[in-house]
Design a protein around this ligand. Structure first.
Ligand code: 13P
Ligand code: SF4
Length: 324
């Protein structure tokens, strides 16, 4: 399964004298728009957002907002989920190419064939997938509610879990349930080096290792705490520790540092000497593109109504089964 990495072209149609922070605030008022941002966005984007959250928090915000326009600073599946929940609202995404390696690795036709091979299995699918895959699923989950959702399924019900094998393995370990796993992985979370992590732990003996469940199991074995991006942030805030080695996309460190200015956050190093711990899809969005998509009201995420209604059901089941 291959993933084509996106590049990040510069937006060049903006008067350089404009203060983009002020302009975005003005457009928000003018359009009655809300800006929702994931923690993996550039710090500038996080700073203009009305709400910053993990996938579940963002889906909930999208379901509850009274704004007319949702400007989604995240990746395509997140904006698509907002549109599925809000068919009458305009949903803007600064760069339509902001995809996700997990979604790419689970094409709907192959997922449908997988389901047909296992007709007795309930399909619990990670939200990091296309609307077409959601429409073929029974229940959607995110990294913050996957364990709680699987625990609500009767124990004699066989389950298949897609597309992230690492989150799937983590859920199996937490619930003791057997699940058939789709073999997908996140290109960012599979990049961390165990050797370099061990070296960092030696250099920072007091640091807590905190990790997203999309990481490979050998990395998760080193973690003092495993959770979704929101859970990692809350853990860092509540912990007595002064330093943390962070095994997830480095964008979250902006909020961690803001919430805990006296604590130290060390991004876990990737295998290669690259910025591979930044998601190339998330980072396609820039402040410039955010401004342009609001000014021009494009690009917009749209969806066929029949597909939307099919994809809505498993998302609604997720929201009903998610603890607050
Ligand atoms: P969260 O559920 O923590 O938002 O994770 C989403 C994601 O894409 C992680 O790579
Ligand atoms: Fe997808 Fe990984 Fe980027 Fe999250 S970090 S959006 S799972 S590619």
């Amino acid at each position: 399964m291959t993933t084509t990495l996106p590049t990040r072209p510069r937006a060049s149609r903006i008067d350089p004298r404009l203060d983009l922070f002020e302009e975005i605030e003005r457009l928000k008022r003018q359009m009655n728009a809300v800006v929702l941002a994931h923690y993996y966005q550039d710090p500038d984007i996080q700073d203009v957002a009305d709400y910053i959250g993990d996938s579940l928090g963002l889906a909930r915000q999208a379901a509850e907002t009274e704004a007319d326009v949702i400007v989604f600073a995240g990746v395509h599946f997140m904006a698509e989920t907002a549109k599925i929940l809000n068919p009458t609202k305009q949903v803007l995404l600064p760069d339509l190419a902001a995809g996700c390696s997990l979604a790419d690795q689970c094409p709907a036709d192959r997922f449908e064939a997988f389901r047909q091979q296992h007709p007795d299995h309930l399909a619990i699918t990670y939200v990091n997938c296309t609307a077409a895959v959601k429409a073929l699923s029974d229940i959607i989950c995110t990294s913050s509610n996957a364990v709680a959702i699987v625990n609500q399924i009767p124990r004699d019900q066989p389950i298949l879990f897609a597309p992230d094998r690492n989150l799937g393995r983590y859920v199996i370990a937490q619930t003791g349930r057997e699940m058939l796993l789709w073999q997908g992985a996140c290109i960012v979370h599979e990049t961390f080096s165990e050797k370099k992590l061990i070296r960092l732990k030696v250099e920072h003996p007091g640091a807590a290792v905190i990790a997203h469940p999309e990481c490979e199991p050998n990395l998760l074995n080193h973690a003092d705490f495993i959770g979704s991006t929101t859970a990692l942030l809350k853990y860092a805030q509540a912990s007595d520790r002064q330093s943390f080695i962070v095994l997830t996309e480095a964008g979250i460190i902006h909020q961690m540092q803001k919430a805990c200015p006296d604590k130290t956050f060390i991004p876990a190093p990737p295998e290669a000497s690259c910025a591979c711990n930044e998601c190339p899809f998330m980072r396609l969005n820039t402040l410039e593109k955010l401004y342009l998509c609001m000014r021009d009201r494009t690009p917009e995420v749209d969806l066929d109504e029949t597909l939307r209604l099919k994809a809505l059901k498993p998302i609604e089941r997720m929201l009903a089964m998610s603890p607050r």
